[in-house]
Write a protein that binds this ligand. Sequence first.
Ligand code: NAP
Ligand code: ZN
Ligand code: ZN
Length: 347
Amino acid sequence: MKTFGYAAHTAKAPLAPYTFERRAVGEHDIAIEIKYCGICHSDIHFVRDEWGAQKYPCVPGHEIAGIVTQVGSKVTKHKVGDAVGVGCMVDSCRHCSSCESGQENYCLNGSTMTYGGKEKDGSITQGGYSSAIVVSQDFALKIPKNLPLDAAAPLLCAGITLYSPLSHWKAGPGKKVAIIGLGGLGHMGVKIAHAMGADVTVLSHSLKKKEEGMKMGANAFYATSDAETFTKLRGQFDLIINTVSAELDWNMYLSLLKLDGTMVVLGLPEKAIPVSAFSLIIGRKSLSGSVIGGIKETQEMLDFCGKHNITCDIELIPVTKINEAYERVVKSDVRYRFVIDMKTLQS
Ligand code: NAP
Ligand code: ZN
Ligand code: ZN
């Protein structure tokens, strides 16, 4: 299937138009006309080669929302005309203990990522900054009818990446949760944790986004550039979720946890960050990490967002503005997710 998209052709070059082939729709596959795709900070890390050698050209994008246009002969889960989404994975081994427990994101044989991943036939996957995608029916999610497709697209990565740890560590009434970084991931964290009933604090590098953060459901908002913040909030939180893509001193943030509290790392800075044993043993604290969520849990998140009317705050852009958007994401200058309108893609 001839597909139009935007690709990085090398690590340093701006993204540019690219035409490529998608596989034909197999028995268990569906074809999706992509309407919208979010820009995740991971797309930028990836195409700029910050996580190690990539294969080019690479079409990024794993916050995909669109409409089913074709279904294979054995497809039972979706039908032509359905609003569906595709997130960070398009396949997994399907038989390891993680896959069997619905945690394909932790597939022991490595899940197949939506772009830059290797399909079972050896081909390299290409992502959602494109006109269409062909995926297994099992890796497509149903988008609730009450959610607009453009603002729902980022739920497929930013939404599930926050929902999964918030649900795993039981954010809810009586729990104090802090979210570090009010970006694409962070703002979803505030909305979801608030809807789960937790008391939510935002730790942002300045107070510039305070008014918006409070409207999203935060109970408190602090600037981490102010040393007083760390004195004032010492020992306060049950759960801290760190969404920051830059290097921070994690030891300072661990000091904000209560006895038995957990800090979960989601952001992926380029360099390793040293943690002192003292930051963990004093207060029996845990430092953990989490990556997206399983397919069943992603559907649960979408249904939760449908029920609570949660979507992302987006800036809708034409494809020609992708490179400009990348620069603005790196400067934390986005409110709060860029979403590409695919009808602006020229064939
Ligand atoms: P984003 O929109 O750029 O948000 C990151 C936020 O971090 C910014 O809005 C900013 O918030 C804060 N920040 C950025 N630079 C900072 C600095 N130098 N010092 C302090 N704070 C800074 O990015 P995103 O799309 O949410 O992604 C965040 C990170 O999560 C990326 O590294 C991405 O690769 C990773 N990620 C992980 C997963 C996973 O499954 N674990 C999934 C998706 C993405 P404030 O302005 O409020 O300080
Ligand atoms: Zn992402
Ligand atoms: Zn597996």
